[in-house]
Design a protein around this ligand. Structure first.
Ligand code: 6OG
Length: 158
């Protein structure tokens, strides 16, 4: 039996590039990723997504502008935690991304995404996101570097 923990992950995009952040501390340190974190008790998932984005890179979005584009589940061998990650994307935002204590933001052109310094699962599901396809992915890790098994399905709706 797994104990579920719920997380958000937000991607800000424009026509040519995607905004990623280099995690400066904690889980996933030194990896480029979207912006997000744990949903607090009694907090709506979408509100957590908006809050984490602003906390981590000072970008403001309206909850109604965030589109839920994917659902990810991560388990780690020998650990009974299941990380459930709700993935969101938008091209509508205000503010200029700024470095915070948690994240160093940077725009990456779509053909220069730094997969070598990202979570290994990203290489599998980013193509769905970049082709505007909805996805549901499950990944089982050995440690934090090796994927033992995975499955990805394209969804018609979330
Ligand atoms: P905090 O610990 O900062 O939230 N996250 C992952 N993202 C990807 N792409 N792959 C993974 O593979 C991930 N595991 C966690 C969810 C952690 C943030 O990192 C994401 C959250 O946005 C294992 O509160």
């Amino acid at each position: 039996m797994y104990f579920k923990k719920l997380f958000t992950l937000v991607f800000i995009r424009n026509e040519t590039s995607i905004l990623l952040g280099l995690k400066k501390r904690g889980f996933g340190v030194n990896k480029w990723n979207g912006f997000g974190g744990k949903v607090e008790p009694n907090e709506q998932i979408i509100d957590a997504a908006v809050r984490e984005l602003e906390e981590e890179c000072c970008v403001i979005v309206k909850p109604t502008d965030l589109r839920n584009i994917g659902h990810l589940e991560f388990t780690f061998d020998g650990d009974n935690t299941l990380m459930e990650v709700r993935v969101y994307s938008t091209t509508t935002f205000s503010g200029v991304p700024k470095e915070t204590e948690e994240m160093q933001p940077k725009w990456y052109p779509y053909d220069q995404i730094p997969f070598d310094t990202m979570w290994p699962d990203d290489s599998y599901w980013f193509p769905y996101m970049l082709k505007e396809k909805l996805f549901y992915g499950r990944f089982h890790y050995l440690g934090f570097d090796k994927i033992l098994n995975y499955n990805i399905d394209e969804l018609q709706s979330m």
